[in-house]
Ligand binder design. Structure first.
Ligand code: PMP
Ligand code: GLN
Length: 389
């Protein structure tokens, strides 16, 4: 198992968090929120602990959580879900790994978009398969677009068992449109592939656009396996409350794998989160507005650096800053230099790409900065960029 860039060892997120601490630098790297979950969620979870939800939960998850996820998908995205289709997982990471292990035959291929979340290649390798990618590239207008000219030929060539879509996408914030998703659905149908989704940023759309679940846009919803989690929407990344939604037989196959990864986890958190998901979503809206405010502090400050090309995030936690006009250093060297000299650490985007790929080359000098950190850290980062400008 290796990191995306081929190195073996700790993930880039762990490495950069340590490096920021070592240097006493502002950490705009790992996407771990600097703001807290709602008090009602903490109270509901504490009440569940006092009420005795402290031993192993049922393998599929507590019925309250399964029902609440089904309600939330229907209410927020018009996705019809039966609780029998929902499986509780220890975060989206476990859901994605369990689904990959369950659905990918040994020697099978996965087509995903690049840059990608670093657990994908590890899970695919563990399943004995291989990853093939289509780049999501800057569109020259502050946004990004998948390289569609590469997509259909690649699917026809490698005939993937799984097409994996992360929407909204980390780190670009690209939101796949209904048309793009329908196109992917037709491609999946043409080779009889599963569509596996990663929707952890589903609530964090910062513009007028809307998140469309692939299961809603794709005609043959039976082939879609939806994965999401509560971490980003509720500032609970440490709770590892996530879920998979798939037709009952597929859900059962994924549960069979999951039972030997963790068996079950986070019992009282499931109960607390169930209350939030079936209640009103005021906190989620406020959290989104607060993230938008923090983006509006950081992004213009990044833009004040002459020659830097800075993305306008449509969704998620991140802006991508390309320094190619300013330096010959690659993103790894530059990130460390900025850490040492200016006290600011981000995530080098090539760490989320495979060396030699078109995406790796396109993001050679790009660093990802997170604005989900505390308002004070985001302001400190912004001041550093303003000073650089
Ligand atoms: N997918 C993406 C695209 C992510 O950015 C992250 C980071 N949180 C995850 C999955 C992991 O989610 P979880 O913490 O719920 O396992
Ligand atoms: N998803 C988070 C990010 O992209 C980090 C998750 C992790 O640290 N593994 O920053």
């Amino acid at each position: 198992l290796t990191n995306a860039d081929g190195s073996i060892g700790e993930t880039i997120y762990g490495q950069m968090t340590k490096r920021a601490a070592e240097l006493g630098a502002v950490n705009l790297g790992q996407g771990a929120p600097g703001t807290e979950p709602p008090e009602e969620l903490i109270a509901a979870t504490a009440a569940a602990m006092r009420a005795g939800f402290n031993q192993y939960a049922p393998g599929q998850g507590f019925p309250q959580l399964l029902e609440a996820v089904a309600q939330q998908r229907q209410r927020d995205f018009g996705q019809q879900v039966d609780p029998a289709e929902v499986l509780y997982t220890a975060g989206a990471t476990e859901g994605l790994t369990a689904a990959t292990l369950a659905l990918l035959p040994r020697g099978g291929t996965v087509v995903a978009f690049e840059p990608f979340y670093d657990s994908y290649p590890a899970a695919i390798t563990a399943a004995g398969g291989s990853l093939h990618t289509v780049a999501i590239l800057p569109d020259g207008r502050g946004g990004f677009a998948p390289d569609w000219a590469e997509f259909d030929p690649l699917v026809a060539e490698v005939r993937p068992a799984i097409i994996l879509i992360n929407t909204p996408h980390n780190p670009t914030g690209h939101i796949f449109s209904t048309e793009e998703l329908a196109h992917i659905g037709r491609a999946a149908e043409s080779v009889d592939a599963w569509v596996l989704t990663d929707e952890v940023y589903e609530q964090l759309v910062l513009t007028e656009s809307a998140h469309v679940p692939p299961a809603v846009a794709i005609d043959d919803a039976e082939r879609v396996v939806t994965v999401s989690s509560a971490g980003k929407s509720w500032n609970t990344t440490g709770w590892k409350v996530g879920w998979v939604i798939a037709s009952p037989t597929v859900r059962q196959a994924i549960q069979t794998v999951k039972q030997f990864l963790t068996f079950t986890a986070s019992g009282p958190m499931q109960i607390g989160m169930a209350e939030m998901l079936s209640g009103d979503s005021r906190f989620v809206a406020e959290n989104r507005a607060s993230l938008r405010d923090r983006a509006e502090v950081l992004v213009p400050a990044c833009r004040s650096v002459p020659g830097a090309v800075v993305s306008t995030p449509q969704a998620g936690y991140f802006t991508v800053m390309d320094f190619a006009e300013l330096t010959d250093l690659d993103a790894f060297e530059l990130n460390d230099l900025l850490g040492r000299e200016f006290g600011l650490i981000g995530i080098p985007v090539p760490a989320l790409c495979r060396p030699g790929s078109p995406a790796y080359d396109a993001y050679r000098s790009s660093i990802r900065y997170s604005f989900c950190k505390s308002a004070s850290d985001v302001s400190k980062g912004a001041e550093l960029f303003t000073a650089l400008g």
